[in-house]
Design a protein around this ligand. Sequence first.
Ligand SMILES: [Zn+2]
Length: 191
Amino acid sequence: METRIGFGYDSHVFKKGVPLHLGGLLIDHPDGLAGHSDGDLLLHAITDALLGAVAAGDIGCYFPPSDPRWKDADSAIFLGKAVEVLQHSGYRIINIDTTLILAAPKIGPIAGKMRAHVADLLALGTDQVSIKAKTPEGLKLDHVAQCHAVVLVERVIDPEELKSMSAVIENQSQIEEVVDDLLSSVPALPK
Ligand SMILES: [Zn+2]
C-alpha cells in the first residue's frame, strides 16, 4: 500500500458582526472570521492538506483571493476541488486530524456535529475525521483563529495500470482501422 501524508495550516482574524463558519457549519457567535471567502479556516486547512498530500499546490493556486468569484464563497467548494484533484491523482483519504487554536467559541460541545458534517462533505466515516481544539493561552492571540490539519492518503489506482488501460484502447482503435481497410478492399462484402 502506497501512502502519502499532507499538512495544511490556516489563520484568520476575528471580525465583529460577520457570520462564523467553521467546518462547514454556521456557528452562533458574535464574531466571525474575516476573509475573502466565508473564512472557514478548518476547511481551508484540510483543503491545503489534501492538495499537499499529492503535491498539487495549495488553495490559492485554484482559488486566488484576487478573483471576485470567490468573495464570500462557500469553502465546501474549495474542499470539493481538493478531493477531485486527489482522486484524479489516484488516491483516497485514510484519515484526517485537525487542531483548531482559538479563544472562543468553545469547540468541545460542537465538535461532534462538526466532525459529522466534514465527514459528510468528504464522503468519509465520522471515525476518519478528528477535530480537536486548544485555546491560545497567554499568547495574546485571542483575536485570531488558527488551524492545523494532517491527512493520510493511500493510492487506489496503480499508475502502470492506467498506462496499460490506455494502451489497450489504442490497440483496439488500430484493429478497427485495419478491419475497415480490409473490408473496403473487398468490394463484395457489405460494410
Ligand atoms: Zn483561509
